[in-house]
Design a protein around this ligand. Structure first.
Ligand SMILES: [Ca+2]
Ligand SMILES: [Ca+2]
Length: 289
């Protein structure tokens, strides 16, 4: 189980990330239902930021959630030709790319049925092949891998023109991405979305919070309480935070149970238990500012 700290001061997602990185480790990563349930308890019904975000919707760099060609090798050039306003991750369900009849690109739902373009030959001298069957992006990829090399990979304007000359109605090309990534760089695939979420409302919900018992995407500029990942050093009976930079408004309590697991609990002001010790090494402490 991951170890968490609730910070009750409200901040934007990015300020919260900065705060967690400076004070603890990072914004919270959630790896399983046990983690999630801890956070739901900590949140006590209030929406709280966690580390899951999707900032890299328009990039083709090394972020886990940026665009990739379906081929084994990455783009040599990083060339992209998205239409104005694209990619927009409309409805939080557009993870594949089609070429429009204008030769520009747009992200679209991978389950949509489209014609598609494959390529064959070496990367430096690709030959493109248009297939007028209409299928999902995955089916198009399988077809291309069976009959040619892969779905069309486009690395410069000349290649884009070659493909464009074959495309009269929208057709899949080989670009896709896996959305959402954790702030701490871990690649955990746990997601437990609230019903109807994520929805990328207004096409600008890049950050996530826990609300109720599940995860939802929302505007990063909202002011929310948040959850940091805590790092603890345990030697003998000593329990140390990575940092003690915790102010009074961020009161929190750490409990070390007899099985060695920590949990953090937020307590409302006025309830300030003293440091406790017991023979079985159970210890609870309030972090002083
Ligand atoms: Ca789109
Ligand atoms: Ca949403």
């Amino acid at each position: 189980m991951n170890k968490y700290i609730l910070v009750t001061k409200e901040m934007t997602w990015q300020d919260a990330q900065e705060y967690c990185r400076q004070t603890y480790v990072d914004l919270a990563t959630v790896d399983n239902m046990d983690d999630l349930n801890q956070l739901v308890d900590l949140a006590d019904g209030v929406g709280i930021w966690i580390g899951l975000h999707d900032f890299n919707r328009k990039s083709m760099d090394s972020y886990p959630n940026s665009w990739r060609w379906s081929t084994q090798t990455r783009s040599q050039t990083g060339y992209m030709n998205f239409a104005s306003g694209q990619p927009n991750y409309n409805g939080a369900r557009q993870e594949c790319v089609r070429m429009t009849s204008h030769g520009t690109w747009a992200d679209a739902a991978c389950s949509d049925q489209d014609k598609f373009v494959c390529f064959s030959g070496p990367s430096s001298a690709k030959t493109y092949h248009h297939v007028s069957q209409t299928v999902s992006w995955e089916s198009a990829k399988s077809y291309c891998r069976t009959h040619y090399t892969d779905l069309a990979k486009i690395e410069n304007q000349a290649e884009n023109q070659q493909v464009s000359s074959l495309v009269t109605t929208s057709s899949w090309i080989g670009l896709s991405r896996v959305p959402w990534t954790w702030s701490d760089g871990s690649n955990g695939s746990f997601r437990h979305w609230e019903a109807g979420e994520p929805d990328n409302k207004e096409k600008r919900q890049f950050c996530t919070l826990i609300v109720g018992g599940a995860i939802a995407d929302t505007y990063c500029q909202s002011q929310k309480q948040f959850i940091c990942m805590a790092m603890f050093k345990v030697s003998g009976n000593d329990v140390k935070m990575k940092s003690k930079k915790v102010s009074e408004e961020h009161m929190l309590f750490l409990f070390l149970s007899s099985d060695g697991c920590f949990s953090g609990q937020h307590r409302k002001q006025g309830l300030q238990p003293e440091l406790e010790r017991s023979a079985d090494k159970t210890r609870a402490g309030r972090l002083e500012p």
